[in-house]
Design a protein around this ligand. Structure first.
Ligand SMILES: [Zn+2]
Length: 469
């Protein structure tokens, strides 16, 4: 994983051409020129504004994971246009870091053209009229720009949406703060704040914490664009402003760095909804059973075994993972898991041989006061149905209900994954519901079966040796 300091360098690279922040018309002209000169960048018209101006989107990449950035969401909020240009330029030039991110990029360089000062020709400070129907908020009686944004997002289901709002427009120095639609994972917030400070920004504080406005706590959130976007993944904004002594290009670099950090964070998670995760206890405890030992990863030592077990393509038919290409890549993946503070990962070690034969993860969410533990595991094919998985589950479920105080353990499986469905059902999970979800590997919506095990069911099993019928 690239650390925040490296990301700052990447952002500095990508914005080295920036002399000033550009107004909407100049941004749109450059986007069109980029698309005309390079067939990898697609120009789309995704709707028309209230005053009948095309709303343009630009797409780059072919991955099944999508990222959406949109600029000029409000009048005078101009930084994002230049951020988008920097990213497009970097993508077309084959910047190594951007190429390493396996995503399809979607850019809307100017979402709200109609309300920009001087027909988008110049930058000017503007103050919001409170009565204005905000393009990037009101879903009730929406403006056509809002409808275009949401329809586009529904089609691509972005794992990360980056609405490029800023405090640049007011022309005043305001301490930097973040806005989200749901809880911001603490590890991510720490990285964002360290980068903001390193770029020289004063960061707003609330008590002794950096200021984060979670829009999900505002009363009309359900009627907002953000609530729609948050269904697909993370929604985050970093409100940069014109602070004394900070050159304009740093506003662009910082905004870009925040986006890359968040995107990298989203990519490091096995699922696309981290918004209500709670931190997991540290250190990750070790458990010794009859067949297996469960212990935290030792990336350097485990990489070899982990690489071997992942070589079997049968392991990946139904997972989002792919076959790892080298022991180094295996080590990097384990390092990534070990560094997450809201997921605990265990290596499943076969006791007789001492070899790593699988891995297990648990995470914890607070859903309206209900503590839900999520679980998932992979086990090498030669060890399927030999009791390893059963024992690993029994040990970690005891841990989940006693130490993590879970009310329920939830797990999910693609309906077509017959082996896992059987395994989950024989381990006492109860079918809860089926939903349609995007499957990255198959690049289509598929049926996902969600199973649960409540504390009562588990306690019954612990007492009677079998699950209630
Ligand atoms: Zn705004």
């Amino acid at each position: 994983m690239t650390n925040p300091t490296q990301i700052m360098q990447v952002a500095g690279d990508l914005t080295s051409w920036v002399e000033d922040i550009l107004p909407p018309v100049a941004v749109l002209e450059r986007c069109r020129r980029f698309a005309e000169g390079d067939s990898r960048l697609d120009r789309l018209v995704i709707g028309r504004s209230q005053q009948n101006v095309d709303i343009e989107a630009y797409r780059f990449g072919t991955s099944a994971r999508h990222v959406l950035l949109y600029a000029f969401p409000d009048p005078g909020e101009a930084v994002g246009g230049t951020t988008i240009l920097s990213l497009i330029k970097g993508l077309l030039e084959g910047h190594a870091f951007l190429s390493s991110l396996d995503v399809t990029w979607h850019f809307i360089p100017c979402l709200n053209f109609d309300d920009q000062p001087e027909k988008g020709q110049v930058l000017a400070s503007v103050f919001r009229t409170p009565s204005a129907r905000e393009v990037d908020w009101c879903v009730d009686n929406p403006r056509p720009e809002t409808r275009a944004l949401l329809e586009y997002a529904r089609a691509i289901r972005p794992i990360f949406t980056y609405p490029l709002h800023d405090e640049f427009h007011c022309g005043e120095s305001v301490p930097l703060y973040f806005v989200t639609a749901g809880t911001l994972p603490s590890a991510l917030l720490r990285s964002l704040v360290s980068v903001a400070a390193a770029f020289g920004f004063a960061v707003a504080q609330e008590g002794c914490e950096p200021k984060v406005i979670d829009m999900a706590f505002t009363p009309d959130f359900p009627k907002s664009t953000f609530s729609h976007l948050a269904r697909h993944g993370l929604v985050l904004m970093g409100e940069v402003s014109q602070q004394r002594g900070i050159p304009s290009c740093n506003l662009v670099s910082a905004q870009l760095a925040f986006g890359l950090i968040a995107l990298q964070y989203m990519q490091s998670l096995p699922c696309d909804k981290p918004v209500t995760r709670l931190p997991m206890p540290r250190p990750v405890p070790t458990f010794c059973g009859q067949f297996v030992t469960l212990r935290p990863p030792d990336p350097a030592a485990d990489a070899g075994d982990y690489f071997e077990m992942n070589r079997d393509p049968d392991m990946h038919t139904w997972t989002g993972n792919r076959v790892l290409t080298s022991v180094d890549e295996a080590q990097a993946e384990l390092e990534r898991f070990a560094a997450m503070d809201d997921i605990s990962t265990w290596m499943i070690v076969d006791n007789p041989t001492g070899r790593v034969v699988g891995r297990f993860f648990l995470c914890l969410e607070d859903r309206d006061g209900v503590r839900v533990v999520g679980e998932g595991n992979r086990i090498a094919k030669p060890y399927w149905r030999k009791g390893h998985n059963r024992e690993a589950r029994a040990i970690l479920f005891r841990y989940a209900f006693s130490e993590l105080c879970a009310d329920v353990i939830e797990t999910s499986v693609w309906a077509g994954n017959i082996n896992s469905v059987k395994s989950i059902e024989t381990h006492g999970f109860r079918f809860h519901h089926e939903e349609r979800k995007w499957n990255d590997k198959y690049a289509q919506e598929m049926a996902l079966r969600v199973y649960v095990m409540t504390r009562q069911e588990w306690e019954y099993k612990e007492a009677k040796g079998k699950f209630p019928q």
